[in-house]
Design a protein around this ligand. Sequence first.
Ligand code: EPU
Length: 421
Amino acid sequence: MKALTICGTRGLFGSVRIPGAKNSVLPMLAASVLCHGTVTLTNVPCLSDVASSVRILQSIGCRITQHSGCISVTSPETPGNAVSEELMRTMRSSLFYLAPMLARTGRARIGTPGGCRLGARPIDMHLSGLARMGARAEENADGSLTLSAPDGLSGADITLRFPSVGTTETLLMAASTARGESVLRGVATEPEVTDLARFLQSAGADITGIGTRTLRVRGSDCLMGTRYAVCPDRITAATVLCAVAGCGGEVLLTNIRSAHMAEVLRALRGAGCMISASGEDSAALASDGTLRAAGERETGVYPAFPTDAAPLLAAALLRAEGESRVTDTIFENRFACAEGFAALGARVSVRGRTLEVRGVPRLAGAALRAPDLRGGAALVIAALQAEGESRIAEAQHISRGYEDIASLFASLGADIAWVNQ
Ligand code: EPU
C-alpha cells in the first residue's frame, strides 16, 4: 500500500508531455490476442493497469517484450482461454480478454472484473452482444462464466441500448474476426474507441463508420501483427489542467489532441483560466488561482464533458467564488471523493448523482483516502490547494491510471512525495 504526502498552496509552473491513453492501450493489449504475428504498441504509458494486462497476456501464453514506452505482444497459435479470478479482479479491463479468447479458441472463462467502484457496472451488454454473435454463456459453480462458440462467432446487426465504451470495444474486437458482416448501432464514439478501431484497421480489420454511431465490420479470417502509436491521454491532460487552474500557475501541455478535450477546455475557460492552443497537439493554461464557479455542469457520452474529469473539475472549483453543481450522468457513485474534499474544509454535498460545491476561501491539509482512480487524483488536486500537509492513503488506486503522479506535479514545483502507508 502506498500513500502520498502533499504540502499545498504553491503555484504550478512548467510543461508536461502527456503520455498515451490508459483507456486506449488496455483494449489494444487485449486485441493483440486476435493477431497472428507480433503487435508493437508505442507511446504506452507506464501504469499498474498495463502491468496487470501484461500478467494476463503472459498467463494465456503470449510472449511480451517491453522497453521504454513500447510493448510487443506475440500471441501463440492457441492462446489460453481462461483468466484467473485473481487477475480478473485487478481491473475492469480484464473483461476485454473475453472476446479475443472466445474468437481465437471458441471458448472463454472469466470471473467478475474488478475496477473502480463507481456504481453497479454490470456486463450484460457485453454478454448480450456476444450472444447475438453466437456465443453461449454458462455460469459455473464458482460464479465464473464460460462462453462458448465452438463453430466461431458470426456477424450480427446489434443496437446498443446505451453507447457503452467497453461494450463497443468488446463487440468491435469480436466482429473483426467473426464470419460475415456486423453492424454495430448506437456505439460509443469516445476517442479511445476510435483509437482501438484504427488499431484494428492497422492489423487488417475491415471497419467503416469510425467516429460515428454506426460501425460496419466485415470479419477478416485473421488479423496480422502491426505497429501502432497509442493516442494521448485526455484525462491525464485534464488532471494537469484542473490542478493548475485550482492552484494557480502556468503550464504548457504537449502531445495532446486538443479536439478530444474541447469541453474540458471550455469549462476551464468559463471558470476564468486563460487557455491558448498552439496547434492541435499542444495547449497552454494560465490561472491566478481565483476561479469563478461553474454553475451547472453535466457529464455525458463523448463529445460531452467526460465523466472521468468530473471529480477533477470539482476539485479545481473548491475555492472558486460562488456555487457549482457537477452532475455525472454515467455512473451512480462518481463522487466518493466528496468525503475527502469535506475533510480539507470544502463545502460540498452529494445529492444523488450531483456534487454541489460552495466555494470557500481556503482549504487546510488533512488525512485522506483515495476512494478510486479519478477520485484519488481529484484529492491530489484539492490537497495541492490546501495549506499545510495532507496525506492520501490507498494512493495505489491512482497508479492504475497515472505514470507517477508525484513526479508529475513535483516537476511543476509541487511539494508531493510517495511514502509507505
Ligand atoms: N453499462 C451497463 N452494462 C454493460 C456495460 C455498461 O449497464 O454491459 C453501464 C455502466 O454501468 C455505466 C454506463 O453503462 O453506467 C457506461 O459504462 P461504459 O461501458 O461506457 O464504461 P466502461 O467501459 O466500464 C470506460 C472507461 C472508464 C470511463 C467510461 C465512460 C475503460 C477501461 N474504462 O468504462 O474509465 O469512465 O468508459 O467513459 O475504458 C477511468 O479511466 O477511470 C474509467 C473509469
